[in-house]
Design a protein around this ligand. Structure first.
Ligand code: NAP
Length: 588
């Protein structure tokens, strides 16, 4: 298409979509919008850093041909007062991948936010915000390095869809009458009313994007964040549709958290992404206390809005957090902060947010080597205390530099970097942390459950095991020693002639050895064991398990696998569960 003010560089080639995937030439044309306020300062600095990283990574074999697109105040100057020119929108679609600085939302009647308009016009349905810690960046957390998540926020639905009716307006009155008269619902007089649409279509395309990202980037899990316990048909439906999509489209690559514990003993099958879900309010707590349990979060518009800023703040990253708004292929990467007008043209502010949005963009087009150079160079510079004013005021002994000088320092660092060893260091650290966490999950399932925010519902969730068993012919003294060494209060007894499993407990020692004045070394386990076992299936609810224990007058039951016992649940386990997690009638 012919543009009036946008000149498409003739030397480059446009990115295209072939068979549903981006096809990126070695000389792609990428769009950029400078933005307003501090936009020109940070864009100028970042373009230099991105180009330097690409040059170092590919030695001239690859180069971006940048194409300026106008929006905001610069567009208004160029297009006779139009802040949001149609041809800019067309160019963003045409070039597929672009990056933008912040845009002023003109104050005053009739203006929609340019950012909101952009999302709606291009149907950029996913807002993607990676949040991770960079060494040296000031953070309020004790272990900020444990935060490394990517948040996928649905951008088009929810209470943000703009379907709302002001108190006492004619439309409100009409809806109010319909709700009261036809639907039989009640609420306070003159309430403002809003509608919260959450659709299968909107949910599925967002969750699909999140799962694809997790698979392609070797992430461990995708967590669906929702408030489905209260809003069952919107947020609860989001959760259900998310699981359904994972089963239907990614069965080979994913495992649900339920199956992880039911079929895989809590150990993630290699290469599989775990699909789990958490209630929205608990996720804020978990992201502070146990951030390493989470990897990719997929959620609706309102939850995502709060969550992405809160998590970014944990790693001191609200000013450097990157982001992107994406459709299926068209993507606009963007600084997540505003235009900070008081710093405009002072060459003063932190270019981090736009810089890392560019890193995301390089990863998106598959130029990971260039992206890695920036990711690894950045903390080296910050650790030396070379930072812009905003970090300098939080760091002792830092030397404050300008936006452009900070970019120079990053470029110098990129040119002297051994990126492969840095990459290996980071991969090994992630691997070490994952294995330690997995080992801990296996050794302390209760603690792991509490930490991960799950709640126990079935015997699977609280059983201990696998149980230790002894031969019926063993003498009681040896069996007691085994119990002492393993810190357990019972052992199972393998099937005897009758083919039934049995159990010997501390109580049997009291009543059938001590009270019966017998010597443990002279009595066979068989003689004091109880057979048959009282067993329960792994899916039995805690309520039904308690009923079984009471009806059978036993203090522990054995959880049976396909053909042998796989765990034990005692009344102490149930007591501890109620003590730690509470108990309501909803748990029945
Ligand atoms: P803001 O521009 O983000 O600035 C708020 C404060 O954040 C600044 O005063 C500064 O704090 C700090 N800050 C922001 N960017 C920084 C950077 N790169 N480096 C260091 N510090 C930075 O928010 P605002 O003042 O509420 O909004 C101003 C305009 O931006 C409004 O017109 C708003 O509509 C627009 N906006 C646009 C976008 C977007 O385009 N995506 C997003 C948000 C807001 P100190 O003063 O403490 O140094």
């Amino acid at each position: 298409m012919a543009y009036q003010h946008i000149s498409i560089p003739e030397s480059g080639e446009k990115i295209s979509v072939v068979d549903g995937r981006l096809s990126v030439p070695d000389n792609p044309i990428l769009g950029y919008i400078e933005g307003d306020g501090i936009g020109p300062d940070i864009t100028r600095a970042c373009l230099r850093v991105w180009d330097a990283a690409i040059e170092k990574a590919y030695d001239g074999r690859r180069r971006v041909h940048w194409c300026e697109i106008f929006m905001g105040e610069k567009a208004s100057d160029t297009y006779d007062g139009d802040y949001f020119p149609a041809e800019s929108l067309a160019a963003l679609r045409d070039l597929t991948v672009s990056i933008k600085g912040p845009l002023t939302t003109p104050v005053g009647g009739g203006f929609r936010s340019l950012n909101v308009s952009l999302r709606q016009e291009l149907d950029l349905y996913a807002c993607v915000r990676p949040v991770r810690y960079y060494e040296g960046v000031p953070s309020p957390l004790r272990e900020p390095e444990k935060v490394d998540v990517v948040i996928f926020r649905e951008n088009t639905e929810d209470v943000y869809a703009g379907i709302e009716f002001a108190s006492r307006s004619a439309e409100n009155r009409k809806l109010e009458r319909f709700l009261r008269d036809e639907m039989g619902v009640d609420f306070f007089e003159d309430a403002g009313l809003a509608i919260k649409p959450i659709s299968p279509f909107g949910t599925r395309r967002l969750v699909r994007k999140a799962i694809r990202y997790a698979i392609e980037n070797q992430r461990e899990s995708v967590c669906l964040v929702h408030k489905g316990n209260i809003m069952k048909y919107t947020e609860g439906a989001f959760r259900n549709w998310g699981y359904e999509l994972a089963r239907e489209e990614f069965a080979e690559h994913t495992v649900s958290e339920e199956d992880l514990y039911r079929r895989h003993g809590g150990k993630r099958p290699p290469g599989k992404v775990v699909i789990k879900d958490r209630i929205a309010d608990i996720i804020f707590q978990l992201m502070l206390l146990r951030p390493s349990e989470f990897d990719v979060l997929a959620t609706m518009n309102l939850n995502g809005d709060y969550l992405s800023d809160a998590v970014a703040a944990e790693v001191g990253g609200i000013g450097i957090a990157p982001g992107a708004n994406m459709a299926d292929h068209v993507a606009v990467f963007e600084a997540t902060h505003g235009t900070a007008p008081k710093y405009a043209n002072l060459d003063k502010v932190n270019p981090g947010s736009l810089l890392f949005s560019g890193v995301m963009m390089l990863e998106y087009i598959g130029w990971k080597e260039a992206a890695d150079l920036i990711t690894h160079a950045y903390p080296e510079v910050v650790k030396r205390g070379v930072v812009t004013y905003d970090f300098a005021r939080l760091m002792e002994g830092a030397s404050e530099v300008s936006t452009s000088a900070f970019a120079d320092a990053i470029i110098d660092q990129i040119n002297g970097l051994d990126v492969e060893s840095k990459r290996q260091e980071r991969l090994s650290a992630i691997e070490r942390e994952r294995s330690a966490r997995e080992a801990w999950h296996a050794s302390d399932p209760h603690g792991a459950m509490e930490a991960s925010g799950r709640r126990p519902h079935t015997v699977r969730d609280i059983m201990t095991g696998p149980p230790i068993s002894v031969d019926p012919a063993a003498n009681v003294r040896d069996a007691m020693q085994l119990m002492r060494e393993n810190g357990i209060s019972s052992v199972l007894v393998t099937p005897g002639d009758g083919g039934e499993w049995g159990i010997m407990t501390q109580r049997d020692i009291v009543s059938r050895i001590v009270h019966a004045r017998r010597s443990p070394g002279r009595v066979r386990v068989e003689d004091i064991a109880t057979r048959p076992l009282i067993t329960v299936p792994i899916d039995m609810s805690l309520y039904d398990c308690s009923s079984t224990m009471l009806a059978s007058k036993v203090r522990r039951v054995v959880v049976m696998g396909t053909d042998s016992p796989i765990g034990i649940v005692s009344d102490t386990d149930i007591f501890e569960t109620v003590n730690e997690f509470g108990w309501t009638t909803e748990d029945i």
